[in-house]
Structures are given as structure tokens and as C-alpha cells.
Design a protein around this ligand. Structure first.
Ligand SMILES: *Cc1c(COP(=O)(O)O)cnc(C)c1O
Length: 501
């Protein structure tokens, strides 16, 4: 199976090449030429398999240039019980009659990004080997909080790969910041960018585009790549858990084989929900996809109107990993729904760059509305959802998951749809102690983050993950904060002077 660029269908590469390169040279994203299907028999057979075995089965349908041994080595190195706090890797928790929370945060950094970023380094190393390329890879990451830490943890001390993370000084939680600035490893570098996530992302894109820096790297046998969800290697592991969750629901008698389910996803860059769409495309019985946003509701508006308008100011919310205005992976959905019309994709994304908006024709809007529903909520609603869920079910959720659950509750109220629904839980609540404590006790307190962890623990009895609790003993290793205008010079310095530890 080959992968095409969304902006030029004639560019076709293997999965190994797509994973090593990250973004296509024409600025497009790589997508598979076609989607293999899974049948009811496959679902039944998967019931007796482990998460790792299910992953190998599904990844094999996409990474056709990898050998089975290579795929299983990657999977078995990534999803280990040393790194994940549950043998099952993911867990599903039932809340009420129709709601099944899919917990994706049992990995080392306590957010769902680990599901992909624990596997990606192994996929990347193997891809380099497959294409016979020994170029050293420099991963550049702009993060809204969780990707940065998950990339650092996934890539640390991996031979032949370096990783540089930029996070926005305004707009990550204190715990998220500490997780990154205390990162150990011989091949990592972390810096703050003055500004918000879009500033960080735009700055990192400048580096990718800088021809002279690229040339310079080439001389020393190095190349930039990305670990953002634009990379196919980030998306493909995410398809697995939707299928695996469905298999578990069948296995536990919660649904019948072939029964339709809805999937509700707290959304930022549109990566996670796109993986759910791809699972549906492969034949997973999915009814509706509910796209949940915080007050940065550009996607809710888009699903409603067909107009994508980024001319708005980013709001800093209590679900910071979703404070995003440009949802990059929407490009892959639109490519698919336009019957792979690369000219159309080029046209609308040129519009987005030049005018800050684009509008899709009715024919595509209708297709979106057949599958997607969008809802958004503000910080107050998010807090209320955390509180209500805890007092009703004794179950604590983080702010991002609360945005999703709030969306699902509204959807169910509006539609009276009783279809069983998988609501994706993307982070451990202890990653966002200030907001979660405020939600539970109703007032902020002038106390440190660790005291907040303890208050939440006293109130809920939920165990504090040790990797979060132990942050307070760690030394801050990265203190640099830069202006976005200086990023190219800085990256050059980091590489030239080998600032990696
Ligand atoms: C990244 C992230 C999201 C958004 O996921 P996308 O794939 O960017 O849509 C939601 N919740 C948490 C906790 C995240 O880290």
C-alpha cells in the first residue's frame, strides 16, 4: 500500500517513507491510498487477543512495507507494562446506561498522546532501516502541552534521533510545564516560546520551511522530521484503540456484534477523531462521531456552517491541549470526502493561508453532517461536568474529557439517541490539578500545585500517578524562553553547539 500527498496525488511513497518524512514536500499530509476492512469475524477473533496482538493485526494492514517481525517488535517494545500502568494498555469504564469512557492515559506521561508517541520512535527507526537511510533525524515539536512531554518520553535516548520541543509560555498547565522542563535524556532539548500555541506552531513551521537551515543539516547528515499528528505514524496507532475498545464492549456483553456505537472525542488538532473516522471507514460499526471543542469552537462552527474561519483570537481555557485554531488533520478528512480532490485541497488551504478562512461546497458539507456532530462548551460548563460526574458516579475526569462528556450529554439531550457511546478520556485528572480542584471545591486556593494534588486525592481517593507526584523532586533542566522571531537562529545554535544534554 502506498501513501499519497493530500496536495498532489501523484506523489506516492511507502509507509516507511511517509513516517520518516512526516510532511510531504508540497506541504500536504500523507494518507493511505485505500483502507483495508475489518469484518465481524475479525472482531470476534480479536476478543481473545491482547492489545498488542490487536495492534499488530491492524497495523499490518497499513504498514505493508514492514515485515511482520518488524511490526511485532515495534509494538512489543512500545506497549509494555513497565511503561503502562495497566496490563490492558487501555481501559473502558461504564458510566450510566449508554456511556463508556475509553481511558487512554495509562502511559508514562498520563495523556493519550502516549498511545502514539510510545510507538512512533520504533516505527521511525524501523522505517529508516527499511529505506536504508542512516540520516540522523531531528524531531521538531510545537506542543499545546501533552505532545511535547509524550514525544520527549518516547524519543529519549533513542539512537540516531534528537528531539527539540517548543511549548507556549502562555497556555500549558504548571504540571505540563514541569513534566517538560525536568526531562532527562541525552538527545532532548526544551524551550518556551513567548506567546500561545499558534505562535509556537507557526514558529516551528518557519523552521521546517527554512531552506538554508535544511541545507546546512544535510551537510552533517541530519534531517528534520515531525512528531505532530501530521505524521502518519502518529495517526495509525490511534485507529487501533477504537477497534480494540469496540472488541472489548462486545466481549463484555455491553454491545452485540455489529451493533452501532457513537464515538465522542475531545478535539484540538483533529487527529484523534480522524482516527475514529478511519476506524469507521475500515468497517467498524460507528453511527455518529461527536466532535467536542472548548471555547475555541472553530470546528463546531465549521461543522454547522461549512465555513472554516481562523480569524479569531485563541482563548486560553482550562483544557489547554485543545486551545487550537488551526486543526491540521481536517485536511485529511476533506481530501477523503472530496474523493481525493488534491486541487480542491490546494485551493482551500491557500485560501486559509492568505485570507484566514475557507468554505466547502454543500456536497461535502452534507457528507460531513451525515457523520459528524459538533458541540462546544466553556470553562464553567467543563468544571460543572467534572463536579457532576464525580458526585453522580464517584468517577473523576480531567478537563478535556469533561469537554467531551459535556458534548455527549448535550447531544443525547438534543437527539434522544440511545446508541451506546464511547466517550474518549484523554488525560489523567492529576495533570490539571488547579482546574480539577476548582471544579470539585468551587474555589481556587493560594496553595502550591502539590497541595492541590493532595486535596484532590483526599476528596476522591484517586491515586496520584507517581510520575506526577515525583516531579517536585526533580531538577529543572531547561529554562530558556525565546521570541518566536528568533526560533530559526536558536534551532541552528542548538544543533551546532549540541545543546542536547
Ligand atoms: C492533544 C489532546 C487532545 C486533542 O487531540 P487532537 O488529536 O489534537 O484532536 C485532547 N485532550 C488531550 C488531553 C490532549 O492532550
Amino acid at each position: 500500500m502506498l501513501y499519497k500527498s493530500t496536495r498532489d496525488k501523484n506523489i506516492k511513497v511507502t509507509s516507511a517513507r511517509a513516517i520518516v518524512t512526516g510532511l510531504s514536500n508540497d506541504g500536504g499530509l500523507f494518507v493511505p491510498e485505500y483502507f483495508d476492512t475489518i469484518s465481524s469475524e475479525d472482531i470476534i477473533l480479536m476478543q481473545d487477543k491482547t492489545y498488542q496482538e490487536r495492534s499488530i493485526f491492524i497495523l499490518s494492514k497499513f504498514l505493508t512495507d514492514f515485515s511482520s517481525q518488524e511490526i511485532s517488535d515495534c509494538v512489543n517494545s512500545a506497549y509494555t507494562t513497565e511503561k503502562f500502568s495497566t496490563n490492558n494498555i487501555i481501559e473502558t469504564v461504564k458510566l450510566g446506561d449508554t456511556t463508556h469512557l475509553l481511558e487512554l492515559w495509562h502511559g508514562p506521561t498520563c495523556a493519550f498522546k502516549d498511545m502514539a508517541l510510545q510507538l512512533l520512535p520504533f516505527l521511525m527507526k524501523t522505517s529508516s532501516k527499511i529505506i536504508g537511510d542512516d540520516t540522523e533525524i531531528v524531531i521538531l515539536v510545537a506542543t499545546s502541552g501533552d505532545t511535547g512531554k509524550a514525544a520527549l518520553e518516547g524519543f529519549k535516548d533513542i539512537d540516531g534521533i534528537k528531539v527539540i520541543v517548543f511549548y507556549p509560555e502562555d497556555g500549558v498547565s504548571q504540571i505540563q510545564k514541569l513534566q517538560m522542563t525536568t526531562q532527562e535524556g541525552d538527545n532532548v532539548f526544551v524551550a518556551a516560546i513567548k506567546g500561545n500555541f499558534d505562535d509556537a506552531q507557526t514558529a516551528v513551521k518557519q523552521v521546517f520551511k527554512d531552506v538554508s537551515l535544511k541545507e546546512k543539516l544535510k551537510i552533517t547528515n541530519q534531517v528534520f522530521s515531525s512528531a505532530n499528528s501530521m505524521n502518519w505514524g502518529r495517526l495509525v496507532p490511534q485507529i487501533v484503540y477504537y477497534i480494540s475498545c469496540y472488541v472489548d464492549l462486545v466481549k463484555n456483553g455491553e454491545i452485540n456484534i455489529d451493533e452501532l456505537v457513537n464515538i465522542c472525542v475531545p478535539t484540538g488538532n483533529f487527529g484523534n477523531i480522524l482516527a475514529a473516522y478511519y476506524a469507521k471507514k475500515m468497517g467498524l460499526p460507528v453511527n455518529r462521531l461527536i466532535c467536542a471543542s472548548n471555547e475555541n469552537d472553530v470546528l463546531t462552527d465549521f461543522i454547522k456552517t461549512g465555513l472554516y474561519d481562523k480569524n479569531r483570537i485563541i482563548k486560553l481555557t482550562n483544557s489547554p491541549s485543545m486551545d487550537i485554531i488551526i486543526s491540521s488533520n481536517l485536511e485529511r478528512l476533506l481530501f477523503d470526502l472530496s474523493n481525493q480532490n488534491d486541487e480542491f485541497i490546494c485551493r482551500i488551504f491557500e485560501n486559509l493561508e492568505q485570507r484566514g478562512y475557507y468554505e466547502i461546497p454543500d456536497s461535502i458539507k452534507i457528507k460531513i453532517n451525515e457523520i459528524f456532530t459538533g458541540y462546544s462548551c466553556n470553562d464553567n460548563d467543563t468544571e460543572k461536568t467534572i463536579k457532576d460526574t464525580f458526585y453522580e458516579y464517584g468517577y473523576l475526569i480531567d478537563t478535556h474529557t469533561a469537554v467531551a462528556l459535556n458534548a455527549y450529554n448535550k447531544y443525547k439531550y438534543d437527539t434522544k439517541d440511545e446508541t451506546k457511546t464511547i466517550v474518549v478520556s484523554t488525560a489523567n485528572p492529576y495533570k490539571f490539578p488547579s482546574s480539577v480542584m476548582l471544579a470539585l471545591v468551587g474555589e481556587d486556593k493560594e496553595i502550591g500545585e502539590y497541595d492541590k494534588l493532595k486535596i484532590i486525592n483526599d476528596l476522591t481517593g484517586l491515586k496520584i500517578p507517581k510520575q506526577i507526584f515525583s516531579l517536585q523532586e526533580k531538577e529543572i533542566l531547561f529554562k530558556l524562553s525565546i521570541n518566536k522571531e528568533d526560533i530559526i537562529k536558536k534551532v541552528e545554535d542548538i544543533i551546532d553547539k549540541n545543546y542536547f544534554k
